[in-house]
Design a protein around this ligand. Structure first.
Ligand SMILES: Nc1ncnc2c1ncn2[C@@H]1O[C@H](COP(=O)(O)OP(=O)(O)OP(=O)(O)O)[C@@H](O)[C@H]1O
Length: 278
């Protein structure tokens, strides 16, 4: 299998003097084209892991391999071009005077020709439904609109790995689903890899694989259907269940016979539509 990302035994702490590590031996790998979600309680080390992969910390133990190359202080700028990271707070990533400048910014740094840049800016803004805001000032947008523009900036760059760190947390459920659909489409079209940190379990349910973090460690790695199969599993890890799992449990309690496995929202709707009409 072609591994685009391999992380081995990462140990990291923010403060040298501290006795507590924020990452305590994190290891996992991601195959090219995969969509992997990281979930876990607040403070479990999800964002720290993502930042470390993006080369934002110099001092850590363990190795990060991107596209087969070990990340070092010497190649961080070159390897970082393969990664497009969308942070939780979009305010920290706006640099341009207008939305279009902003989306173009990363491409300018990569020396992409002007004609192609203009085309990609329009394409990316259209994908996130923000084309009408092209000449607006980013600072005046709402939190959700800023997140859309931040996603457009990354889509336009077409990095090999997209890392989403709670990148849709300011959007309402419809907006969130819309952006996720766009990222899924882009991912498939350009065969990208996605690593997504999220608190939204319904979103995580759409991934190929889920990593669960607790106290700086990965405590579980599973396909969504296996992870969400039992409530005990999730409760034990201090997590809730996705919406459909909770709904399925309630329906079972009222006497409905449902499949044992986890169903996505669409699958559950289909199942109920077929079986309620009988
Ligand atoms: N800049 C920092 N300096 C010191 N400690 C930090 C810093 N950033 C995060 N931490 C601590 O590191 C630990 C892991 O934080 P991290 O943000 O990686 O967790 P997380 O799982 O992403 O949480 P959340 O879901 O709340 O975003 C937490 O205890 C946090 O308080």
């Amino acid at each position: 299998m072609n591994k685009i990302l391999e992380v081995e035994n990462l140990v990291f702490k923010y403060e040298k003097e501290s006795e507590v590590n924020q990452l305590n031996g994190v290891s996992f790998s991601v195959t090219r084209g995969e969509w992997v979600s990281i979930i876990g309680q607040n403070g479990s080390g999800k964002s720290t892991t993502a930042r470390l992969i993006d080369g934002l910390f110099e001092e850590f133990k363990g190795t990060v391999k991107i596209d087969g190359e070990v990340l070092t202080a010497d190649n961080v700028w070159q390897l970082r071009q393969k990664i497009g990271m969308v942070f939780q707070n979009p305010d920290n990533q706006f640099v341009g005077a207008t939305v279009e400048d902003d989306v173009a910014f990363g491409m300018e740094n990569q020396g992409i020709p002007r004609e192609e840049m203009i085309q990609r800016v329009d394409e990316a803004l259209a994908a996130v439904n923000m084309l009408d805001f092209k000449t607006r000032e980013p600072a005046r947008l709402s939190g959700g609109q800023k997140q859309r523009v931040a996603v457009a900036g990354i889509i336009a760059l077409r990095p090999e790995i997209i890392i989403l760190d709670e990148s849709t947390s300011m959007l309402d459920p419809t907006g969130r689903a819309e952006i996720m659909r766009v990222i899924h489409e882009i991912k498939d079209r350009y065969h990208l890899t996605v690593l997504s940190i999220t608190h939204d379990l319904d979103e995580a349910a759409g991934s190929d694989r889920i990593l669960v973090m607790r106290a700086g460690e990965i405590i579980k790695e599973a396909a969504p259907s296996d992870l969400f199969a039992t409530r005990e599993n999730m409760v034990e890890m201090g997590l809730d269940m996705p919406f459909t799992s909770n709904l399925m449990n309630d329906l079972r309690a009222s006497g409905f016979v449902l499949p044992e496995r986890y169903l996505t929202e669409d699958e559950l709707v289909d199942f109920l539509a077929k079986n309620l009409n009988k």
